[in-house]
Design a protein around this ligand. Structure first.
Ligand code: MN3
Length: 203
């Protein structure tokens, strides 16, 4: 299987003014494309791995051969994480989670505001480059966490539901060093319908 850079579900300028078109274009057509190409190159040497789903590889990095383990972790993670990142944003989303996701957030974190505070703290305080996440475990219990580099919560047994990219390339043109401003503004872009779909699809 060859991984394909997915088309965005909206135009490059659709998320303005929160994320500018130039940032989106470079992020998608250069950064995400590079992860995609590097993942395909790594898997060329291991046809058996190509038969597996990417989720499976990221969930079981210990069975990935040593010579491509780091490449799969970094570029497979980069490919997967960006797919989710594009998907969980929208220019015209609901302002808050609905349905049973809303109830689960209240139950786990106390309120939507408390969840937002915790998530934003993870995103802002992640040292260097990485991601912040809302994820669920096998019992559908929610958690908030951050990961370094392109590491995926899949590798620690969690299912990602929502993510924000806090690498500088995700915000630098507009926000320079002000990651906290990006995180705060980004909150308006969350596609809660998609996040709920992902939560509802958990088995
Ligand atoms: Mn990125």
């Amino acid at each position: 299987m060859t991984f394909i850079l997915p088309k965005l579900p909206y135009s490059y300028d659709a998320l303005e003014p929160i994320i500018d078109a130039k940032t989106m274009e470079i992020h998608h057509s250069k950064h995400h494309a590079t992860y995609t190409n590097n993942l395909n190159t790594a898997l060329e040497k291991h046809p058996k791995l190509q038969a597996k789903r990417l989720e499976e590889l990221l969930q079981n990095l210990d069975v990935v051969p040593e010579d491509v383990k780091m490449a799969v972790r970094n570029n497979g993670g980069g490919y997967y994480n960006h797919n989710l990142y594009w998907e969980v944003m929208t220019p015209a989303g609901l302002k808050q989670p609905q349905g049973k996701l809303s109830g689960e957030i209240d139950k786990k974190f106390g309120s939507l505001d408390k969840f937002r505070e915790l998530f934003s703290h993870e995103a802002v305080s992640r040292f260097g480059s990485g991601w912040a996440w809302l994820a669920a475990d096998d019992n559908k219990e929610l958690s908030v966490l951050s990961t370094p580099n392109q590491d995926s919560p899949l590798s620690t047994g969690l299912t990602p539901l929502l993510c924000i990219d806090v690498w500088e390339h995700a915000y630098y043109l507009n926000y320079q060093n002000r990651r906290a401003d990006y995180v705060k503004a980004w909150w308006e872009l969350i596609n809660w319908e998609v996040v709920l779909e992902k939560y509802s699809a958990l088995k």
